[in-house]
Design a protein around this ligand. Structure first.
Ligand SMILES: NC(=O)c1ccc[n+]([C@@H]2O[C@H](COP(=O)([O-])OP(=O)(O)OC[C@H]3O[C@@H](n4cnc5c(N)ncnc54)[C@H](OP(=O)(O)O)[C@@H]3O)[C@@H](O)[C@H]2O)c1
Length: 353
């Protein structure tokens, strides 16, 4: 295709690693901003590497210079209540740096990855891009930073930059090298390390869908607009059902969400003092997201971009297959769909969708 040089920030992350692969498959020239050795996420990929941190204005300017298009996917992703300064500096100041550099370099369009958490919502109603974020709720620093990053986009758009926000929901799928929160959950499930779950639900997006949504936003999006990208809303039980189908089913303890929320509130401050660098799974915000059962309406992306969501079940299967290929899950010891296709039987599901 050849759109000129394309910069991807966050290329070592879950979304970025998949986006870069898709752009390379289209034979695009891809540049990535890397703050350290990339690790396996970019192994063997023919990308132009520019060292630098989003917080370093000059490094960002060097990375953006000469690019035709920019996908700004990088962020400090967190559900913890700590790390406010770093999260702000990376997600808000970093986004400001990318947008200012893009304006200066005459970039044709910037697509910035947003988060559903920074979109307004009401219980029981699918939110749209027009729902305003309520700033006085109990928000994590990450959520506030993603809302402020959108504000930076609006300011840049008002100054004449062509910028589009592609808003992601909870991502699941292959090339998850970190691995992500959803990926770790799948690994724990596969290894029998997940004992309990909290009921609830959320919007999940196949990483393939969120990548295609970003490409469509770049090619067909309206400047200054935001697009919600989700594949499907699923309850926690449905997600665990998918995990069971691919890994083999397990019996898990269902812990009522108020109990889990209380536990999270009690343990989070202790862990943050005793092990400040430990990334907690059970944070009050993570439980809160599931309890909120928030839903997203992707009609705008479907009608304006031609976005076609696929299947979360399929994304779980692809994530699993990728973990098996990389030796992070022993495929021979699983009893799920992937194994049964190879001739083994499946057990009855303990968690049903
Ligand atoms: N994952 C989800 O479920 C989800 C849901 C909603 C929205 N989103 C949004 O989607 C985007 C991608 O998320 P993800 O899940 O792919 O994230 P991820 O796997 O955590 O990756 C984050 C990426 O950002 C880079 N990064 C972090 N701090 C940086 C800094 N100071 N300078 C330069 N690069 C930096 C990381 O590079 P290093 O390798 O150097 O750390 C990594 O490449 C983010 O904007 C996130 O807010 C994600």
């Amino acid at each position: 295709m050849g759109a000129g040089m394309i910069l991807v920030t966050g290329a070592t992350g879950h979304l970025g690693a998949n986006l870069v692969r898709e752009l390379l498959a289209e034979r695009q020239d891809v540049r990535v901003l890397l703050r350290e050795a990339a690790g396996p996420a970019l192994d063997g990929l023919a990308v132009h590497r520019v060292p630098g941190d989003l917080r370093d204005r000059e490094a960002v300017r060097r990375a953006v210079a000469g690019c035709e298009e920019v996908y700004h996917c990088a962020a400090q992703v967190s559900t913890s209540s700590g790390g406010k300064r770093e999260i702000h500096d990376v997600n808000v100041v970093g986004t400001h740096h990318v947008l200012a550099a893009a304006r200066q370099a005459g970039v044709r369009r910037v697509v910035v990855t947003g988060s559903l958490s920074a979109t307004g919502w009401r219980r029981g109603v699918a939110c749209t891009e027009e729902d305003l974020f309520y700033p006085f709720g109990e928000h994590t620093p990450y959520t506030v930073s993603k809302m402020l990053a959108e504000h930076e986009c609006a300011k840049a758009a008002a100054q004449g930059l062509d910028v589009v926000i592609a808003t992601s929901t909870a991502i699941i799928g292959p090339h998850d090298y970190r691995p992500s929160r959803m990926g770790r959950l799948l690994l724990d499930f596969a290894h029998g390390r997940l004992m309990a779950y909290v009921p609830g639900g959320f919007e999940f997006v196949s990483v393939k869908d969120v990548v295609s949504g970003h490409l469509l936003a770049m090619r067909r999006g309206v400047a200054g607009r935001k697009y919600l990208l989700s594949t499907h809303y699923h309850t926690v039980e449905e997600m665990l059902g998918f995990y069971g189908e691919v890994c083999g089913h397990r019996r898990l303890l269902r812990v009522p969400s108020p109990v889990m929320a209380g536990l999270a509130r009690a343990t989070a401050p202790v862990v943050s003092v005793l092990a400040p660098r430990h990334e907690m799974r059970l944070t009050p915000a993570a439980v809160g997201f599931l309890r909120s059962r928030r839903r997203a309406d992707c009609s705008r992306a479907i009608t304006e971009l031609g976005y076609r969501p696929t299947s979360v079940r399929q994304a779980v299967e692809e994530a699993f297959a990728c973990f098996v290929r990389r030796g992070q899950i022993d495929g021979r010891r699983t009893t799920g769909a992937l194994r049964s296709r190879a001739g083994r039987s499946t057990r009855r599901p303990a968690v049903r969708s």
